[in-house]
Design a protein around this ligand. Structure first.
Ligand code: PMP
Length: 366
């Protein structure tokens, strides 16, 4: 049987493993930070209508510039953050992963490097590798906040071409203060002109404001967003960025023509029409997230403060054994490989109760 390594693949891909959160069929799935609420029926009907309209024109390529969708996303950002964002500042793709890939294809690549503060979202490093960009792992404090002085020193030493700041950070839930982003931006620009990417996939769940307010006057700053979490549309695959219009022009150099299908654009536009209903679910999830934090602390566990729709809890000597014991009780959580810690996504109240029951039983048996 032919193995991957028998093929003439790129050397840096040899021996690597693909991204792979387990997709197991268990009753309570709290492992991939999805929104547990299905889309409301009125929205499902509206998607059907909009997609039917788009289907009539599927003989044609879609709007390559996704103008109406970018207009809608810009209006959403403006309304929810209070900072005016214009359509020219917004770009959309198939998930924020594709946005990050386009950014690294444009600003990274062979001979260039990207820096992130780990533990963080593993795809930042994986997409770097996939685009031939060297990866630099920066430090975090014991409590998973960013050590600004150490970060500045790492930036000065390595002079990366791109810096990732994930806020709220996956898998820890930690939000980053605006002052920290400003100091890292300045450090990155002092080392060399460098793209600073603020990944705000979970920002709608945060106690803090969006960092979009920092964009003005900072052409090398990018904020990435997604409809996978707050909009409850992970299956849609729609991510976007806000930045200086020049950044949007720059990613045109690498994006595939017509990358965003007419069906995707129509569905995303329907979701945007129902923003208020969807953000109502976000409110419920924030309350459930806070309940999980309190309940896990009540069980005597350590819990990292969370600004996201998930909670990091520990610490365990044998993290994998605890993960397995929780799974044996029908609840799938995530072992992100952070020694001693597991991560649980906030689900419905019933799912969270099932999770808390499972954990309290498991820790009694430790
Ligand atoms: N950024 C972060 C921090 C994430 O956790 C995720 C998804 N888990 C993404 C980006 C990518 O999301 P998507 O491609 O679904 O937009």
């Amino acid at each position: 049987m032919t193995k991957i390594d028998d093929l003439p693949i790129r050397d840096e891909l040899r021996g690597q493993t693909p991204y792979g959160a387990p997709q197991l069929d268990v009753p309570v799935q709290l492992n991939t930070n999805e929104n547990p609420y299905q889309l409301p029926e009125e929205l499902v009907a509206r998607i059907a209508e909009r997609v039917a309209e788009a289907a009539r024109n599927l003989n044609r390529y879609p709007d390559r510039d996704a103008v109406e969708l970018r207009e809608g996303l810009a209006a959403y950002l403006t309304r929810t953050t209070g900072h005016p964002v214009a359509r020219e500042q917004v770009w959309a793709a198939n998930g924020s992963n594709e946005i990050i890939q386009q950014l690294l294809q444009t600003f990274g690549g062979p001979g260039r490097t990207a820096l992130g503060f780990e533990p963080s979202y593993s795809m930042h490093a994986l997409i770097s590798r996939g685009t031939g960009t060297g990866w630099i792992s920066g430090p975090r404090n014991e409590d998973f906040t960013i050590d600004v002085a150490a970060a500045e020193a790492t930036i000065a030493e390595h002079r990366p071409n791109a810096v990732f700041i994930c806020s709220p950070n996956n898998p820890t839930g930690t939000a980053v203060a605006a002052e920290t982003v400003l100091r890292l931006y300045d450090a990155a620009q002092a080392a060399r002109p460098s793209l600073v990417i603020v990944d705000e996939a979970y920002v709608e769940f945060s106690h803090r404001d969006s960092l979009l307010s920092l964009l003005a006057g900072r052409p090398n700053l990018v904020v990435t967003r997604t409809m996978s979490k707050a909009f409850g549309a992970a299956g849609l695959r729609l991510g976007y960025l806000a930045a200086d219009p020049a950044v949007v022009d720059a990613v045109q150099l690498v994006r595939l023509p017509y990358h965003l299908s007419a069906v995707t654009q129509a569905t995303a536009l329907a979701c945007l029409e129902h923003t208020d209903t969807l953000l109502g679910y976000v409110g419920r999830l924030k309350a459930e997230r806070d309940r999980l934090v309190d309940a896990l602390r009540g069980l005597g566990l350590e819990v990292t403060d969370s600004d996201a729709n998930f909670v990091q809890f520990g610490r365990f000597d044998d993290t994998h054994a605890v993960w397995q014991a929780i799974l044996d009780r029908g609840v799938l959580v995530r072992d992100n490989g952070v020694p001693g810690w597991l991560r649980v996504t906030a689900g419905t109240p019933a799912e969270n109760d099932a999770f808390l029951d499972a954990v309290s039983t498991v820790i009694k048996e430790l």
